[in-house]
Structures are given as structure tokens and as C-alpha cells.
Design a protein around this ligand. Structure first.
Ligand code: MG
Length: 287
């Protein structure tokens, strides 16, 4: 991975795939799951969160009904794509309909500084677990201002890609927690280092992803397991709830309330290699 960094700046998502493949090979050779290679002691259940982002509220209610029925208790709304009233309506409606659910709101950088300073404080009494990245990645001043003003914790996502971002974000108090993703950090080993860095600063940690499939869900889950879990759960739900057909040969283990990493060697679940060959755009490279 040091060679990869010297060969190419950035591209953490490609490096995450590379580090995942290397860890899987290491695990296959050593007969150990990746979480054990990374220093984990035992599998731990990790709470599963689902992101709610459909402009069609009726479709989202239907999805949440099914997820809640399956045991899922964490829902993260994507906000800021419509108006403030729509975001508040969805949170309040979900609170009434799903009394045991814990709710979060993620703006994906969607607000201007002025709008964020005006509207986000109005959410402070809704009992949200956290409010994520209301403004653009480098608008650390607004993040810090909101963190100081709100009792609801702010979570940094796009503001913190790598350990240097996290270090600066912590020192400037831009949030109370971070979303850590293998596709931002450059792999499970590097993400694990960031989880430890966040914890050392008393920051909360959320296991984020980039709308992924089963292989990278597994990599993220091994990372979190090696850390002994994370306090805000993870969002590795796409393989079972969104993709038409996953790239794993077996269903990703987790349709209910929690996910638990497998203990078989490497990633721990077989990949559907025939399906990957079928969907590859460069078949020559896979021969
Ligand atoms: Mg986010």
C-alpha cells in the first residue's frame, strides 16, 4: 500500500479495493478472518442503519415499514434536497410511526452556510442521534459554529477523508464524530487507524459507505469488528436492500437489526466470480 501511494496520489476508493484484496489473500493464507489480522479479538454485532433518500415519501414509508419489520432500528434521512419543512415532516412522521427507531439526518453538504446556520438549529429538539455534514467539505467554520451551538451532535463525513483531515477537524472542533468509510480512507487497515484516532479524541464513529455491494460491505464490517464495534452503527444495507443481484455467492449476512462479520478466512464469504466476469466491462483483463 505504501508503493501504491508512491505510484498514485489520491484515489482512495481504488486503493481500498486493492487493500481489501491483499487482506483477503493474507487471510486465506493464514487461515484467519480479516478482522483477526487487523487485531480484532472476536466478532461483535454492529447495528445496521438504512438511509432514507427517496423524494417519493410514500415509497420511503413502504421501505421503512419492511426494514422495521425485519428488525432494523436505525434510519438516516438524506436532507436538504427539498425544503426544510419536508425534512422536519419526515423526521416527525417516522418518530410517530416507528417508536423504537433512532433517527439521523444527513445533508450530504447540501446547505449553504447561511441556510445551515438558519435552519439546522431548528432541528435541535427533534431528538436526532446526529446531524451529518450540512455544508460543503471545506466549510469548517460553519461546521464548528454549528457544533458549538447545537446540543445534537454534528457528524463530519465529506470533511474528513484521511487521517490529516481528521486531525485538523478534531483540533478545530468541526463535529463530535466522523463517518469512516474504506473508500475515503483507502482501505480497511487505514480506516481502522482513523477509528482509533477518532476515539482517542472522544469522537463518535459511524460506519459509512459509498453505495456499495457485498465485497466492500464485508471489508468495512471486518474493519469495524477489528475496532471492537462502533457506537453509531453502520450502513452496509445495499447488498440486501438495493442491488438487484449482489457480487457475493451467498446473501450478505444481515437483513435484521445487526450485522456480524464472518469468521472464515479472509473476507469470509465466497465471491460470485462467474457473475463478476459476466458484468466486467473489460473481459480481456479477467482472462
Ligand atoms: Mg454522508
Amino acid at each position: 500500500m505504501h508503493l501504491a501511494d508512491r505510484a498514485l496520489a489520491g484515489h482512495p476508493d481504488a486503493k481500498a479495493a486493492l487493500e481489501t484484496a491483499l487482506l483477503d489473500l493474507d487471510g486465506q493464507v493464514a487461515g484467519q478472518p480479516i478482522w483477526h489480522l487487523l487485531g480484532g479479538h472476536k466478532p461483535v454485532p454492529v447495528d445496521l442503519s438504512m438511509s432514507i433518500a427517496n423524494p417519493d415519501w410514500a415509497q420511503d414509508i413502504d421501505l421503512m415499514d419492511r426494514a422495521y419489520e425485519a428488525g432494523l432500528r436505525l434510519f438516516k434521512f438524506k436532507g436538504g434536497f427539498a425544503d426544510h419543512a419536508f425534512d422536519v415532516m419526515r423526521v416527525k412522521a417516522a418518530r410517530d410511526r416507528f417508536p423504537q427507531a433512532r433517527l439521523r439526518l444527513d445533508y450530504n453538504q447540501g446547505l449553504s452556510s447561511e441556510t445551515a446556520l438558519r435552519d439546522v438549529p431548528k432541528l435541535d429538539d427533534l431528538g436526532l442521534d446526529f446531524i451529518e455534514q450540512p455544508v460543503t467539505a471545506r466549510d469548517w467554520q460553519t461546521m464548528a459554529d454549528l457544533t458549538a451551538r447545537l446540543k445534537t451532535p454534528l457528524l463530519a463525513d465529506e470533511s474528513v477523508f484521511d487521517p490529516l483531515d481528521l486531525d485538523l477537524g478534531i483540533s478545530r472542533r468541526i463535529a463530535c464524530g466522523a463517518s469512516i468509510k474504506i473508500a475515503k480512507s483507502g482501505g480497511p487497515g487505514r480506516g481502522l487507524a482513523m477509528i482509533k484516532q477518532a476515539r482517542a479524541a472522544d469522537w463518535s464513529v459511524y460506519g459509512g459507505d459509498m453505495f456499495e455491494t457485498g465485497i466492500s460491505h464485508l471489508a468495512g464490517l471486518h474493519m469495524i469488528t477489528a475496532a471492537g464495534g462502533v457506537d453509531l452503527g453502520c450502513e452496509f444495507y445495499h447488498a440486501n436492500w438495493h442491488v438487484n443481484r449482489d457480487v457475493l455467492a451467498e446473501p450478505f449476512p444481515g437483513t435484521g437489526k445487526t450485522l456480524t462479520a464472518p469468521s472464515a478466512p479472509g473476507l469470509g464469504l465466497p465471491v460470485d466470480e462467474g457473475y463478476i466476469r459476466h458484468t466486467a466491462t473489460d473481459h480481456q483483463a479477467l482472462k
